[in-house]
Ligand binder design. Structure first.
Ligand code: NAD
Ligand code: 89Y
Length: 343
């Protein structure tokens, strides 16, 4: 059977994971890559054996010959590149964060819909093995109806050495990492209607906030706390693990350090380890994230073939991105923000 052909724009720090993920999928071949930095183009092109290399996305689209494009650049270029893909009617995956602002994200969804193409946001954290395990427990009904939850990511890991731009942005942890935690909260507890947030900057060497505490009212009555920090110095560094606590009408669930999952219900307590697989190309501690890249890319290819909307489509991800926007507004004005007013 003919392979699905893809092109990748942005051959930086994270794109290498995406290239590995594509390489592992039997039915996919990345036939062209693009980066304005010739060194990155050379490095990634040689590592993955891709001959068609471009410094300009316009030129790559003009030459065409691919069924989808994977955008792995940083946020500033997302809107222009998604609109470029739409103008060539090429289905597109775009890395998180969706866009610099909600208005851009809405314009990107509109452009994709007008062109009749699929748009998926690479929101991979909900595809992590431990998070999928938590979702499966909720679906089993063993803890009953959830009424309270917490999604927590607290770390002191140096993310700035690999991603130096993170230290320079006016917005940092909510836009970069909290966006994943907020999406996990939506995945586990459903859409949210109200957001209250507080932020702090502890690290004096960065421009944005590195601590955020967010309170969400979900449509189904669940209250959740999403708390994120890159200023938390623990005896054992948990990066990049997300901890989850859920209280339900019949029991409780706790996902803690080293992927330990404890589920307590009317029939007793079960303890298990829901660790991610260490893929051959992955490296600790990133393997949890790396496996979720492979899983979301598989999901994209399946949905593309079926002509069905991916779970983290642009339309869906507007609701996660609205929570990001709401958190910044709430922290700035000290108010609770109604999400419907943003969408
Ligand atoms: P990076 O700066 O290392 O790489 C981006 C690359 O894109 C650079 O090589 C740059 O030259 C190239 N580029 C930028 N604009 C371009 C354009 N218009 N045309 C061609 N090339 C262009 O950044 P990174 O750390 O790899 O992050 C990329 C994206 O991945 C960010 O949005 C980041 O938030 C996201 N990310 C996601 C995860 C995740 O788990 N989903 C993890 C880390 C990073
Ligand atoms: O950019 C971030 C992401 O998406 O996952 C972890 C990260 O690399 C640093 O916060």
């Amino acid at each position: 059977m003919a392979k699905t052909k893809g092109a990748l724009i942005g051959c930086g720090f994270f794109a290498v994971n995406q290239m590995h993920g594509w390489q592992d999928l039997d039915g996919v071949e990345i036939v062209a890559i693009c980066d304005r930095d010739p060194e990155r183009l050379h490095l990634v092109g040689d590592q993955f054996g891709v001959d068609r290399r471009y410094r300009s996305a316009d030129e790559m689209f003009d030459d065409g010959g691919f069924d989808f494009v994977d955008i792995a650049t940083t946020v500033g270029s997302h809107r222009a590149l998604v609109e470029l893909a739409a103008s060539h009617a090429v289905p597109v995956i775009c890395q998180k964060p969706f866009a610099p602002a909600l208005a851009d994200a809405k314009a990107m969804v509109a452009a994709a819909e007008k062109a009749g193409i699929a748009l998926m946001i690479h929101e991979n954290f909900r595809w992590q093995t431990p998070i999928l395990a938590v979702r499966a427990v909720l679906d089993s009904g063993v803890i009953g109806e959830p009424f309270w939850g917490r999604v927590s990511f607290r770390s002191g890991f140096d993310v700035f050495s690999g991603q130096p731009y993170l230290a320079r942005g006016k917005r940092f942890i909510i836009e970069d990492l909290g966006i994943h935690s907020l999406d996990i909260a939506r995945f586990l507890f459903g859409d949210a209607s109200r957001m209250t947030a507080r932020t702090r900057r502890i690290n004096p060497d960065i421009a944005g906030e590195d601590v955020a505490t967010m309170l969400l009212d979900h449509d189904n009555g669940i209250t959740s706390i999403v708390d994120v920090s890159y200023a938390t110095k623990l005896p054992e560094e948990p990066f990049p693990e997300t901890f989850v606590e859920i209280d339900g009408s019949r029991g409780t669930l706790r996902l803690g350090k080293d992927y330990k999952l404890t589920v307590h219900g009317p029939d007793g307590t079960t303890r298990s380890v829901v660790a991610p697989n260490l893929l051959p190309w992955a490296s600790r501690p990133w393997h949890n994230i790396q496996e979720s890249v492979a899983l979301i890319q598989k999901h994209w290819v399946e949905r593309l073939a079926e002509g069905r909307e991916p779970d983290t489509s642009g339309r869906d991800n507007l609701k996660t991105f609205a929570l990001v926007e709401a958190a910044y507004r709430s922290a700035e004005y000290g108010e609770t923000i109604a999400i419907a007013d943003l969408l």
